[in-house]
Design a protein around this ligand. Structure first.
Ligand SMILES: [Fe+2]
Ligand SMILES: [Fe+2]
Length: 464
């Protein structure tokens, strides 16, 4: 139950933050709104609830007396909304119509003057025709205090598991990058401290979870590509920096700089940025401005580092000095920029897009190796060795017809460790019974990877 609730809350907060970025009729907003309403209904039906009430106590989300520590971090949007509406929580009727939730989203994101008290806020909702979403009193005034043991259950193991949920980490990174791009677009300050603290969170929490996080790559829409791409590039870069044995502080710097490497794309017109297919010569020239724009945006921020700026500026400059923006041949490139360049190209080649299938890692490696001068050869060679033919996060079919997710590279390039997730009869194995198979050992020498299962581009209408 906690996992479904966790996902529902993530979805709600995602919908609120997306609504903050776009106008009400934007297809992404309407699709997310509908999805939330559907999942709300499913959740309530499964839990036997007529309404879902999420309360807030001391700035933390609470459901049925239990603190939801994981969602509280990402749930800042929800907490803000409830607090602005002077309430201690919000209840959603299981049958809330999508149009009402859309109304509610507009109300909380466009509110210029917060209501004076809870009654005024309730009147505001009803004058907007919102009757299935209700505001609760402050928890402290109305509810019995939580039992200490109840709090501990959620603050202990369970909450820790939630915090390490790859979906949650991915979502937090996604929202952070989306917010940064939007702030850059509207000329606001980019919160680099926040980017760094989220990266730190990823570093601390994603140990052993890297492969699952890479599986979370869902590009919800065209706009999502740039953001999803940045998150994947950052995850890859941190994974490599860790494998290279770089100091934790450097890993943190690499990760946060990587998250914002394409922030200059916020200055590229949408018809060019989201054009499905090949760009014309003129359009490509416009696109080529994004490293310069990005470096300028970051230079203007008080707390940006040299590395943030260098990566935004230099990630399209080839190892042989060609590429863009133009710079003197004698300029020295930092090894971290070279690493970023490799991660950037690899991600773009292996990613799913609605208009192109992903390349296998093997094909992507050959494309990269067949362009001498494009990448720092030492970094590219280590990258290939460390990731292997089956990078962590990829789905594979094994010779005994079971399937699984690669979790770590092996001692040889084609024999990684695989977490088996499906039986030979193609039946999914529940998470607690899944097991790891290290293909680099003697005992597993009979088993081999026979196929790489590539993600498919989403069909139209499945974009959320
Ligand atoms: Fe770029
Ligand atoms: Fe990029």
């Amino acid at each position: 139950m906690s996992a479904q609730l966790n996902n529902l809350l993530i979805l709600m907060c995602r919908t609120i933050s997306t609504r903050k970025l776009y106008f009400a009729d934007h297809p992404t907003v309407t699709q997310l709104t509908r999805k939330f309403i559907d999942e709300l209904k499913q959740f309530c039906d499964a839990a036997g609830l007529e309404t879902l009430f999420i309360g807030i106590v001391d700035g933390e989300l609470v459901f049925e007396g239990k603190h939801l520590v994981g969602p509280t971090i990402i749930g800042a949007q929800f907490i803000d909304a409830a607090t602005t509406l002077k309430s201690g929580g919000i209840s959603f009727d299981a049958n809330t119509p999508a149009s009402e939730f859309a109304q509610f989203l507009s109300l909380i994101t466009e509110l210029t003057e917060p209501p004076g008290d809870l009654n005024a806020a309730r009147t505001l909702l009803s004058t907007h025709g919102i009757t299935h979403i209700k505001l609760g009193q402050r928890f402290k005034e109305s509810a019995t205090p939580l039992l200490k043991e109840e709090q501990d259950i959620w603050r202990g193991q369970e909450s820790d598991k939630m915090l390490s949920s790859p979906a949650l980490i991915y979502q937090m990174l996604f929202d952070t990058v989306a917010q940064a791009h939007n702030n850059a677009l509207t000329g606001g300050a980019v919160d680099l401290d926040h980017t760094r603290s989220i990266t730190e969170f990823m570093l601390k929490r994603s140990t052993g979870n890297f492969s699952d996080m890479m599986q979370q790559v869902h590009y919800p829409d065209f706009e999502g590509y740039t953001i999803g791409h940045s998150v994947r590039v950052a995850a890859l870069a941190v994974f490599m920096a860790n494998a290279f044995g770089w100091h934790e502080d450097v890993q943190l710097e690499v990760g946060s700089a990587a998250l914002l490497h394409d922030i200059g794309k916020s200055g590229i017109p949408h018809n060019v940025l989201y054009k499905p297919g090949r760009l014309s010569k003129e359009e490509f020239a416009i696109m080529m401005a994004h490293p310069r724009i990005g470096a300028e945006i970051l230079l203007a921020q008080d707390s940006s580092t040299k590395l943030d700026v260098a990566i935004a500026w230099g990630h399209h400059i080839r190892h042989d000095g060609d590429g863009y923006p133009e710079q003197p041949q004698w300029a020295v490139r930092h090894p971290i920029t070279s690493l970023l360049r490799v991660c950037d190209a690899f991600e773009a080649l292996t990613a799913v897009r609605p208009y192109k299938p992903p390349l296998t890692p093997h094909t992507a490696f050959s494309v990269m190796l067949n362009d001498p001068g494009a990448f720092n050869p030492a970094i590219l060679a280590s990258f290939i060795t460390i990731l292997g033919l089956y990078p962590p996060g990829t789905m594979v079919k094994l010779s005994d017809t079971s399937a699984g997710i690669v979790t770590a590279a092996g001692t040889t390039i084609d024999r990684p460790t695989v977490r088996v997730t499906t039986t030979p009869n193609n039946e999914p194995i529940p998470a607690r019974d899944q097991y790891e198979l290290n293909l680099s050992t003697l005992e597993t020498r009979e088993v081999a990877i026979v196929e790489l299962i590539l993600p498919r581009p989403p069909k139209e209408g499945q974009l959320v």
